[in-house]
Design a protein around this ligand. Structure first.
Ligand SMILES: [Zn+2]
Length: 214
C-alpha cells in the first residue's frame, strides 16, 4: 500500500517494521506487557476514598513505562488511543461495567497547553471505542495546579490533590469510569471521585493502564 511506503511504521519498543498495521506497538511487544490479573484491587489501594472499584491492566514494567513516557512527552496522541484499545481488551467490560460514562483524569489547562494534549483523553477514546461506552472530556475539570506527585507519599499526595477538581456538568446518578495512565496510591482518582460523588454520582470506578503496586 502506498501509505505503508510513505510512512513505514516501526514498533516503538522493538524497532521492527510493521507491515500489516499502523499501530505504534507491534503485537509481540503488546503481548509482552505483564497483565496484573488483579481484578478489582480497591481493597489494597492506599487512598481509596470515593472509589468503588479499581482496575489496572498491566504492571508498570520497563516496556509499559516506555510507552507511557512516550505518551506524555512525545506528543503521541495516537499511541494513547491504541493503548486504550489494548486496555479495553485486557480489562473485560462485563466484569467492570455497566458504566454510563468514561471520564479522563483532567489536566490543569496550563499543563494541557504546555503538553498540547491530555494523554488520559486518548486512552479514554480507545477504551470507549471498544467498550461502546460514551465519554465526556469536559464534565470534570482541574482547577488546581498541582506539583508533581512522584516524590510524595500517600498522605502527601492526598493533601496535594484535595479540592483539585470541579464538576461542570451533571453527573447525578451516573456510574462513572475515571481513567488515568498510571494508578499508584489512588489519590488523584480519589480526589476526582470525591468531587463526582459530592455532585451526585452513583459509583466511581478507577481504570488505569498500569500500576507499580504489586
Ligand atoms: Zn515491537
Amino acid at each position: 500500500m502506498l501509505l505503508d511506503f510513505l510512512y513505514p511504521a516501526k514498533c516503538l519498543l522493538c524497532d521492527t517494521f510493521q507491515k500489516t498495521t499502523f499501530n505504534t506497538i507491534c503485537p509481540n511487544c503488546k503481548d509482552a506487557f505483564r497483565s496484573t490479573n488483579l481484578g478489582n484491587w480497591i481493597n489494597t489501594v492506599a487512598n481509596p476514598l470515593g472509589i468503588d472499584r479499581a482496575y489496572s491492566g498491566w504492571f508498570f514494567d520497563n516496556e509499559i513505562q516506555k510507552v507511557i513516557h512516550s505518551l506524555k512527552y512525545q506528543e503521541r496522541a495516537k499511541l494513547g488511543r491504541e493503548l486504550g484499545r489494548y486496555l479495553a481488551q485486557e480489562l473485560r467490560y462485563n466484569s467492570i461495567g455497566p458504566l454510563d460514562i468514561l471520564i479522563p483524569v483532567p489536566l490543569h489547562p496550563v499543563k494541557k497547553r504546555e503538553r498540547g494534549y491530555n494523554q488520559a483523553e486518548w486512552i479514554v477514546k480507545g477504551l470507549a471505542e471498544i467498550w461502546k461506552v460514551p465519554y465526556s472530556l469536559n464534565r470534570l475539570v482541574r482547577r488546581k495546579y498541582t506539583i508533581s506527585q512522584t516524590t510524595l507519599n500517600a498522605e502527601e499526595r492526598l493533601r496535594n490533590m484535595k479540592d483539585a477538581f470541579r464538576v461542570r456538568k451533571s453527573v447525578v446518578g451516573l456510574n462513572i469510569g475515571v481513567v488515568d495512565d498510571v494508578l499508584t496510591t489512588g489519590s488523584t482518582i480519589s480526589a476526582c471521585a470525591i468531587s463526582l460523588k459530592k455532585e451526585g454520582a452513583n459509583q466511581v470506578v478507577a481504570i488505569s493502564c498500569s500500576t507499580p503496586i504489586r
